[in-house]
Design a protein around this ligand. Structure first.
Ligand code: PLI
Length: 462
């Protein structure tokens, strides 16, 4: 049972530490210049607090590390694979499990089996690699997240929900035969780590059944989503998170998962299918040339053992209560200082609204990227832009896409930083905010044609 004390401190203690290097302000100014004003180009050892991503950055538990020593490194039929299958069956109720090297590996294997050229894949909001793999498989990615997600100021308990009316109208317009499948991303990363309600998942399932369309889940942050359902959705307050997860996944026929998030491991992914044996056979055939034999899919036995244990650990409700509380703790500090963020805070990150933070910088001068650069200069914090730089260009007109949501994502790795670090982050954001009127935009000096944000180089606008 949860009690108030759970939220006062981390429900784990530190057994091993990794020292952090702290550069001077002058050194940081030099480093970010050398990095082309792109935090992806920084060396991690030059970063004090790394908020680039929550993906693959978790601290594993002693129980997971102990499992690493029990790796059965057999090419076929590893006992760790069998353990992983048992855990997936126990948590999600799915019969078929196929490991992959990470989430995008799962997408690369599964999507071509589901998409015919020119078909649509409907989502609340597809993650960028997900969109890329839909397009590589010949499909067209469409987002149907509710409009409340674009209103960062006002509270909505489930900003990751589908606008099911708009989606159904689209299905009628295009014809169900032109829809490959529906994919619900839980939590919805691109909208701010926002959860999807059980009611909404059920409604998506109802529509999928009505039109004979397949329904899958992008399960990267499944446990955080389930915890929000427990906290916010009527009728779920007395269920366990595990029961909620089981119900969520009962409505879908399969999932892809980046295990680098809620499975609490540094590498790994999964495809799991409820009971479609025919699709399972096809996935097996595809995974062998793409990722590796069906019982390892690009992972070592020890990685699969750590994943199996991580999937169980993440359902610990004391852990989840702390996790969600820590993000809220940072978000509340920023809001109290008048800093515009996506409200309420999501499950894995605080998202600063870059357009509201720097209204004087035009969106095509990357206001959110400017804030990332300044956070590094201010305190050695590495955040990530999820806005105009990431959105890239329209493939046909080559015009820059100006997304409605232009964010700085302060992504919190799991079990890594303490609330003292959250205090430093909040203070640094406040100091940048205090001098916001003096900040200038950025312009591109090197722009790769695809996924430009990773390798782009920029410089300040004069
Ligand atoms: O990074 P991968 O290949 O393990 O997973 C891709 C992926 C799929 N779905 C979702 C919702 C993601 O968030 C995701 C990866 N996210 C990253 C890397 C992130 O920084 O958010």
């Amino acid at each position: 049972m949860l009690d108030d004390l759970t939220r006062m401190a981390e429900p784990y203690k530190i057994k091993m530490v990794e020292p952090l290097k702290i550069l001077s302000r002058e050194e940081r100014i030099q480093k970010i210049k050398e990095a082309g004003y792109n935090p992806f180009m920084l060396k991690s050892e030059d970063v004090y607090i790394d908020l680039l991503t929550d993906s693959g950055t978790s601290a594993m538990s002693d129980y997971q590390w102990a499992g690493m020593m029990l790796g059965d490194e057999a090419y076929a039929g590893s006992k760790n694979y069998i353990h992983l299958c048992e855990v997936v069956k126990d948590i999600f109720g799915y019969n078929y499990t196929i490991p992959t090297h990470q989430g995008r590996g799962a997408e690369k294997v599964l999507f071509p089996l589901l998409i015919k050229k020119g078909q649509y894949v409907l989502g609340n909001m597809h993650f960028d690699t997900t969109k890329a793999h839909i397009e590589l498989a010949g499909g067209i990615a469409k987002n149907f997240v509710i409009k409340e997600a674009e209103d960062t100021e006002n509270y909505h308990p489930f900003k990751g929900n589908f606008d099911t009316e708009r989606m159904e109208a689209f299905i009628k317009e295009k014809g169900p035969e032109n829809i490959a499948f529906i994919l619900a991303t839980v939590t919805c990363n691109s909208a701010g780590g926002q959860p999807v309600s059980m009611e909404n998942i059920k409604e998506v399932k109802r529509i999928a059944d009505k039109y004979g369309i397949r329904f899958f889940i992008d399960a990267a942050r499944f446990a955080e989503n389930a915890y929000f359902i427990k906290e916010r959705e009527k009728g779920y307050e007395n269920k366990t998170v595990k029961e909620i997860v089981r119900e969520m996944f009962s409505y879908a026929e399969g999932f892809t998962m980046s295990a680098k998030k809620d499975a609490l491991v540094n590498i790994g992914g999964l495809i799991a299918l409820k009971d479609d044996e025919e699709l399972y056979r096809k996935v097996q055939q595809m995974v062998v040339p793409m990722e590796g034999f069906v019982t390892y899919g690009g992972l070592a036995g020890r990685d699969m053992e750590a994943m199996a244990r991580g999937l169980e650990e993440v359902l610990d409700e004391n852990y989840l209560a702390w996790r969600i509380y820590q993000i809220k703790y940072l978000g509340d500090k920023l809001r109290a200082a008048g800093i515009p963020i996506q409200y309420p805070t999501g499950g894995h990150a605080v998202f600063i609204d870059g357009k509201k933070f720097l209204p004087h910088i035009p969106q095509n001068q990357y206001p959110s990227q400017v804030i990332c650069v300044e956070l590094y200069i201010e305190a050695g914090i590495r955040a990530v832009e999820v806005g105009t730089l990431l959105a890239g260009r329209d493939p046909i007109t080559k015009e820059e896409i100006l997304p409605a949501l232009d964010f700085v994502r302060l992504t919190i790795p799991r079990r890594v930083y303490t609330n003292s670090h959250m205090d430093v982050i909040a203070e640094a954001v406040k100091r940048v905010y205090a001098r916001r009127d003096t900040l200038k935009g950025l312009k591109l000096v090197y722009e790769p044609p695809v996924l430009r944000h990773f390798l782009a180089r920029l410089e300040p606008v004069e």
